[in-house]
Design a protein around this ligand. Structure first.
Ligand code: WTA
Length: 650
């Protein structure tokens, strides 16, 4: 959890404080630390009143709610008896005043461009929603979405929300197997995919994966295929083309007014054990907090051009590419491809050309850009930028400073936002006009969020000490359950300390009450900002016919935050070779996706285990990080001596 010892320069950087620029504060939604603190105190003193007010301000309600919160730990129901529709809140309610405003700007990796006004987006969503209804999709049905980052991804999500269907977006980088597992678990009725997408100049074979994935997925009745590549589609059996589906549909579509707690989406995310779990979010609570945090954390204004670089396959794409900006009637920019294709300045060139004013990305991307040097950034006029956001993993102070100085020219507040798939929306982050920032700290909790750092006995740790991060109060945008596995919800999140939500993260608080996130404390790795369960990679490895046992651990990595290291024992008679290492890496990629591909495979005679048979992960982490060696420089590692030394400690 504590990671590697810090460089002295890093420690010094952490102590720097950057107050919000006064001119920025004067125009901001939240203008001072005092204003923030007053809101925080109000929310703490009377959370139901606070959230009730926010809910009335943020959303259009078809029927008002009667009860703000029904909290029977660990289960919360918010805005009970209210009815609303999220697509209505993103589109219809803006049509009178913002109908001609650009809702969505899009650029494909090959350079193709599109833009949709609120009116046009509304029309596309209605037509597609009617199309889904014509396929028999009804309120509560699950719909899988496996698309590239194109406007239709947003259209598909909004169309589901419009008719009360529950979307489950699967990141286009996941393999056919991973998609299959998610579709089966969700019980999806329809899958929406494309013939392909563009990434690093190559086609991502979405269609091929989708065809494999729906084999043996009994719930799937139909597959909608978008033509992204511009070549004629050859469709099979239960496949229907996107254009053919929508061409005959009406341009208006009555929304399904759903209860506040009606499920909105299922999004699969990795946990410390077993298969990824389907995090279930419901409608109103999620919408209220996503809408609010988009405006407050980025100080979003009507004239902003807002770009969050996340893929819609992740929660950041759900909340801060699609729903948050659209609820605020903002202009959101979508880019399909790789950050450095065809050149190292692709991002900066687009920021300059579209006059992007709010830019939200991940530390891994920032570190990768840093490596490329400042030149590609400095070539472009980035004077439109006014807020810079970071999300997904701890940001090291050096990257934070580079982001602020080189990209933001020291003018733009940097907002490091801590949150999770499960929290639905940002929980801990500076408000750019109010909160002084420190490089590497997510700073202070948003009003209504009550984080606590506790030790192994559930007791608060002294200030400055690391511990496990919990959320002590329910927040409207939190997950409601794990789809199909309510026990796992209780076990994963509410059993460490009963009644308090366990985040899986380590953190400490400094003398100013600022939060410093220290990484995962469970068996989840954060690889380039993506969550990966060690158990998932291990089960992929042992599914290989030559593998006997596998243990996967993280190793600190300068670029990706964490690299994946797999320790493997092979079956009797199997030769350990460099080819086998490659074969295993490819196997994991096929089973899960490129993000899970081990950075390193190490063969061992046997895995080090305690007397009770538990794998000694801490020892493996030390070996992977080069802190310990087994003293054996041949291909096979021998852990017996080290294991004996450590057996007592584990
Ligand atoms: C990590 C992404 C430090 C953390 C929104 C969390 C962060 C996990 C930050 C959730 C941050 C996210 N600073 N760590 N600003 N943001 N994390 O579910 O470990 O993909 O538990 O949600 O990412 O990842 P997820």
């Amino acid at each position: 959890m504590s990671g590697q010892p810090k460089e002295i320069s890093s420690v010094l950087l952490e102590q720097r404080v950057f107050p919000p620029p006064p001119a920025f504060s004067k125009q901001a939604h939240i203008q001072s630390l005092e204003q923030y603190r007053a809101l925080y105190d109000q929310a703490l003193a009377d959370p139901e009143r606070y959230w009730g007010d926010r809910a009335r301000e943020e959303l259009y309600w078809k029927e008002p709610f009667q009860t703000v919160l029904d909290w029977k730990p660990p289960h919360a129901r918010w805005f009970v008896e209210g009815k609303t529709n999220l697509a209505w809140n993103c589109l219809d309610r803006h049509l009178d005043r913002h109908g001609e405003k650009i809702a969505l700007l899009f650029e494909g990796e090959p350079g193709d461009r599109r833009q949709l006004s609120y009116r046009e987006l509304h029309r596309e969503v209605c037509r597609f929603a009617n199309g889904l209804r014509s396929l028999g999709v009804r309120k509560g049905d699950r719909v899988g979405i496996y698309l590239p980052m194109v406007p239709e991804a947003a259209v598909a999500m909004l169309a589901c929300a419009r008719i009360g269907a529950v979307h489950s977006v699967v990141f286009g980088g996941f393999s056919a197997e991973a998609l299959h597992d998610r579709l089966v678990d969700a019980g999806a009725k329809v899958l929406i995919t494309a013939d392909g997408g563009w990434r690093k100049g190559a086609v991502v074979p979405l269609m091929q994966n989708a065809r494999e994935a729906v084999q043996g997925a009994p719930s799937i009745e139909q597959v909608v295929v978008l033509n992204r590549l511009g070549q004629a589609l050859t469709l099979e059996g239960r496949e229907v083309g996107w254009d053919a589906l929508v061409s005959k549909q009406a341009e208006t579509c009555d929304p399904e007014w759903v209860e506040s707690e009606h499920p909105l989406f299922i999004l699969y995310t990795s946990g410390s054990t077993g298969k990824p779990k389907g995090v279930l979010h419901t409608t109103a609570g999620y919408a209220v907090n996503v809408s609010l945090t988009t405006r407050w954390c980025f100080d979003l204004k009507p004239e902003d051009i807002y770009w969050c670089t996340a893929d819609v396959g992740w929660v950041t794409g759900h909340s801060y590419v699609v729903y948050g900006p659209l609820m605020n009637a903002a202009t959101t920019f979508l880019y399909e491809g790789a950050p450095t294709h065809p050149g190292p300045d692709r991002f900066w060139e687009m920021i300059a050309r579209y006059r992007v004013s709010i830019f939200y990305t991940a530390p891994t991307a920032i570190r990768a850009f840093m490596r490329l040097g400042s030149e590609p950034v400095l070539q472009h006029d980035l004077s439109s930028l006014r807020v810079l956001g970071s999300v997904g993993e701890p940001i090291n102070p050096e990257a934070w400073i580079w982001y602020r100085e080189v990209v933001g020219k020291g003018r733009c507040p940097v907002v490091d936002t801590w949150w999770q798939t499960e929290t639905g929306a940002i929980m801990i982050a500076p408000l750019p006009g109010a909160t002084p920032t420190k490089p590497g700290s997510a700073t202070l909790p948003l009003p209504g969020v009550v984080p606590e750092i506790l030790d192994a006995h559930g007791q608060p740790v002294p200030q400055g000490k690391g511990g496990h991060l919990f959320l002590a109060r329910p927040v409207p945008s939190m997950l409601r359950t794990v789809h199909g596995d309510p026990d796992r919800y209780v076990k994963t999140y509410f059993s460490e300390v009963p009644g308090k939500y366990f985040t899986g993260d380590g953190a400490r608080q400094d003398q100013d009450g600022y939060f410093w996130l220290m990484g995962r404390v469970d068996d989840v790795l954060n690889v380039a900002g993506h969550r990966l369960g060690t158990a998932e990679v291990e089960s992929a490895l042992v599914a290989h016919p030559k593998v006997a046992e596998a243990a996967v651990v993280g190793r600190p990595d300068e670029l990706k935050g964490t690299a994946v290291v797999a320790f493997v024992t092979v079956k009797k008679g199997v030769a350990v070779t460099a080819e086998l290492k490659k074969e295993l890496c490819q196997h994991v990629q096929k089973e899960i996706g490129a993000i899970a591909r081990p950075d390193e495979v190490r063969f061992a005679e046997a895995l080090p285990k305690t007397r009770s048979g538990k794998i000694m992960r801490r020892l493996l982490r030390d070996v992977a990080a080069g802190k310990q060696t087994t003293g054996d420089t041949t291909t096979l590692e021998d852990f017996s001596v080290l294991a004996a030394l450590r057996a007592e400690e584990e």
